[in-house]
Ligand binder design. Structure first.
Ligand code: UT7
Length: 322
């Protein structure tokens, strides 16, 4: 049997940091409100680097960690909802910037669950036997689609990128990956696109921003997060005692706390880094996993669960043996 394994991880966040006190000068908010309602204290916000720049740095770090060269890669998958431009994709920009051979490279849009979707696709591609090493990246510059006049959303988001090199393996390191979608018909979490033209007249272009009904998304997130963890445990016949750490999408510390309560998991088993990242959408899971590994919270041989949820709606998760 052919399986896949995580051969290396890497992350990169822009140096510029916006604190809650900085946010107090932008909208009517307080450090106390943001901290108590979300767990966020500061977030990295890009001023000069676009999504492909963040993705490139994260990719170099993951390749270095895997002790591989860009020429070893057989595929690049980038999960993002904030590419530099609609096309070419970030993945294709990286193919040339990293100096890879002419390999398949494509972007995936599944919002904050995008990295789990990329992981699922890469795992199945490796299992086909046709590929040896696949670079998967979650990279976002959410702040460029954030409305800094809307206090309901602007305090939440940060920018960054996280990457894995996933490699072919003889042993099963990723025993389950689940991905789901259910259309968000009411538009609780969305960003409008270009309007259709009427009679070939180009309408005046307005700049669309991300829009969110926070309370509805909160309800959805606190339902699907524990449910996907339970499904992963059932599928792998593991119990929570077998899991060293759960690394969930960092959207709100209260969502993570509520999921821990529903599952009956100790808080120290739930990895949290939202205090200094904010919500980085598709980049959140790989940034958090990389940080957990690099700080020693997760070690080689540990078994972890990762899970995410987001616009679409989408959600999913995976069991990973490091
Ligand atoms: O990654 C994608 C998935 N996204 C998420 O998972 C986000 C899910 N939603 C959430 O995390 C939370 O719903 C929020 C953090 C967005 C909001 O927290 P909340 O506890 O649900 O607050 P709320 O929306 O119920 O608002 C409570 C109050 C409102 O004031 P009134 O109407 O009670 O007077 C808001 O206007 O808090 C007010 N408020 C703020 N006050 C100070 C909203 N944003 C702010 C703010 N500062 N930044």
């Amino acid at each position: 049997m052919i399986y896949s394994k995580v051969a290396g991880t890497g992350a990169y966040t822009p140096e510029n940091r916006v604190t809650n006190h900085d946010m107090e000068t932008i909208v009517e908010t307080t450090d106390e409100w943001i901290k108590s309602r979300t767990g966020i204290e500061s977030r990295p916000v890009t001023l000069t680097e676009n999504t492909s720049d963040l993705a490139y740095q994260a990719a170099l770090n993951a390749l270095d960690d895997a002790k591989l060269k860009a020429s070893d890669l057989d595929m690049i998958i980038v999960a993002t909802v904030t590419p530099d431009q609609p096309f070419p994709g970030v993945s294709q920009m990286l193919q040339s910037r990293l100096g890879c051979r002419a390999i398949p490279a494509f972007d995936v849009n599944a919002a904050c669950t995008g990295f789990i979707y990329a992981l699922n696709i890469a795992d199945k591609m490796l299992k086909s036997g046709d590929y040896q090493h696949i670079l998967i990246i979650g990279a976002e510059t959410l702040t460029k689609i954030t409305d800094y006049a809307d206090r309901n959303t602007c305090v939440l988001f940060g920018d960054g990128a996280g990457a894995f090199v996933l490699s072919k393996s003889d042993t099963n390191h990723i025993p389950a990956i689940l991905t789901y979608a259910k259309g968000d018909e009411k538009g609780y979490l969305k960003m409008d696109g270009y309007p259709l033209k009427k009679n070939y007249i180009t309408p005046e272009q307005t700049r669309p921003f991300l829009q969110m009904n926070g309370a509805e998304v909160f309800k959805f997130a606190t339902a699907v997060l524990p449910s996907v963890v339970k499904s992963l445990l059932e599928e792998t016949h593991l119990s929570l005692d077998d899991i060293d750490m759960i690394v969930a999408h960092q959207a709100n510390k209260r969502i993570i706390d509520k999921a821990a309560k529903t599952l009956g998991v100790q808080h120290d088993k739930m990895f949290v880094n939202i205090d200094h990242t904010g919500n980085t959408s598709a980049a959140s899971v790989p940034i958090a996993i990389d940080e957990a590994i690099k700080t020693g919270a997760l070690k080689k041989g540990d078994t972890m669960i990762t899970a995410a949820f987001g616009a679409g709606f989408t959600w999913g998760g995976a069991v990973i043996k490091l």
